[in-house]
Design a protein around this ligand. Structure first.
Ligand SMILES: Cc1cc2nc3c(=O)[nH]c(=O)nc-3n(C[C@H](O)[C@H](O)[C@H](O)COP(=O)(O)OP(=O)(O)OC[C@H]3O[C@@H](n4cnc5c(N)ncnc54)[C@H](O)[C@@H]3O)c2cc1C
Length: 312
């Protein structure tokens, strides 16, 4: 059976950046797209913070450009997903199984399976994704300059997003489903001092309303058993992310939240020959640019690993 030099699992910014660099190194590789070819950015409208696009670029177009750049240099794209992995440390070979019943043997793997933001089960939510509802204040905060917005969540991410938005927006409603924060004390202290942040404890959002663009949210207070309507142009859902690592459980070192652990500012994992890039190993930055950057690093690390193994 043919042994491949590298398989990239995942086709977001991390996967495609790794592919572009591997192709330029002339390392034979495949990229498996999984269920979402192009990754998370496919589900957004304009990306305004990716360098090089001064007018912004649609998420889908940005990913299409990355795809075209990779195949131009020889990347082979497979529109399937990996469903099982066996990392064989001693043999220095790794076996991957796909959902179309293929077995692949590879010397190295770049895991770039990303993450997915946790969401809310509210019917009207999908109507306003990219039209008022966002999962990232760094990405979309400026759209709502001088407007009223809401942030949903009571953890560190929600508080950080609220602090950032308070510098851009007129008013920030911080909506917390119970009566306490689940965040660092320092963030709570800061939040309590910011005048344009209004904290709404014991509220949950029950409906998003508007005509194409989001205009209002309906909130329900569990204690008072009352519904209240708030006028907001934007809502940021900040209740966490799931790294896509279920197929790697017990096969590779992860932290308690399922993020893959990489070593010493590289993309190396605890298994020689297995590398990780993008959101799947990053619980802090989670941006297209940081994912692309670590995809590039993974290709560097793969190249070194393959080259030095050749002379062992
Ligand atoms: C709505 C939204 C808007 C955003 N807007 C911005 C923005 O404006 N600017 C910005 O910088 N960032 C933005 N982000 C964040 C950004 O999208 C992510 O940080 C980035 O996409 C992460 O890239 P990644 O390559 O690590 O993974 P992802 O983009 O998550 O891609 C993961 C890939 O892995 C694949 N995969 C998963 N499991 C398997 C498997 N078993 N086998 C094969 N493939 C698999 C998936 O199909 C997918 O292709 C946004 C995120 C969201 C959700």
């Amino acid at each position: 059976m043919k042994i491949i030099d590298c398989v990239i699992i995942g086709s977001g910014p991390a996967g495609y950046s790794a592919a572009i660099y591997l192709a330029r190194y002339n390392i034979k590789h495949l990229i498996y797209t999984g269920d979402i070819p192009g990754g998370q950015l496919i589900n957004t409208t304009i990306v305004d913070n990716y360098p090089g696009f001064s007018k912004g670029i649609l998420g889908i177009n940005l990913m299409n450009e990355m795809y075209k750049q990779a195949i131009k240099y020889g990347t082979i794209v497979k529109y399937n997903k990996i469903i099982k992995v066996f990392f064989l440390k001693k043999k220095k070979l790794h076996y991957l199984y796909t959902n179309n019943k293929k077995k692949i043997i590879t010397k190295t793997v770049i895991i770039a399976t990303g993450s997915l933001p946790k969401t809310l089960k509210i019917k009207s939510l999908n109507n306003f994704l990219g039209y008022g509802i966002s999962y990232c204040a760094t990405c979309d905060g400026m759209i709502f300059k001088n407007k009223n917005v809401a942030v949903i969540g009571g953890g560190n991410k929600a508080l950080e997003e609220s602090i950032l938005l308070s510098k851009i927006c007129k008013k920030v409603y911080l909506i917390i489903r119970n009566n306490k924060f689940k965040a660092y004390k320092i963030l709570i202290n800061i939040i309590n001092k910011i005048k344009n942040i209004k904290i709404l404890f014991n509220y949950i959002v029950i409906k998003f309303l508007g005509n194409k663009k989001l205009k209002y949210i309906n909130l329900f207070n569990k204690i008072k058993n009352k519904i209240k309507k708030k006028k907001v142009s934007g809502v940021f859902i900040a209740i966490g992310n799931y790294p896509n690592t279920s197929i790697f459980k017990n096969k590779i070192k992860m932290d308690k939240n399922g993020y893959i652990i990489t070593k010493n500012k590289t993309t190396k994992t605890n298994i020689p020959g297995i590398f990780a890039a993008g959101d799947v190993q990053d619980k802090i930055y989670k941006q297209a640019i940081t994912s692309a950057g670590s995809g590039c690093m993974a290709a560097f690390d793969v190249e070194k690993y393959l080259y030095y193994n050749k002379y062992k």
